[in-house]
Write a protein that binds this ligand. Structure first.
Ligand SMILES: [Zn+2]
Length: 74
């Protein structure tokens, strides 16, 4: 798995939508890769904040889409 693969699975991982095998691979990459690990911590905190602040599922989804776009541009 490279960093692009990892970031693509990040949201599924945070939403607990990954299979057990994928979770293992993502975790392994996060252990090895400081860059993705930083992203993961940031996104996990961000998503938790959004969930805490807003009960509407639509807002987090739109925010997530924006983050994904930003990551792809960045
Ligand atoms: Zn990485």
């Amino acid at each position: 798995m490279d960093c692009d693969d990892c970031l693509e699975r990040l949201y599924q991982y945070l939403d607990k939508e990954l299979t057990e095998g994928d979770v293992t691979v993502v975790k392994q990459h996060l252990d090895d890769c400081v860059g993705c690990s930083d992203h993961f911590v940031f996104e996990a905190r961000f998503i938790k904040k959004v969930h805490d602040a807003c009960a509407d599922d639509r807002a987090p989804f739109e925010l997530r889409e924006r983050i994904v776009l930003r990551l792809r541009e960045g």
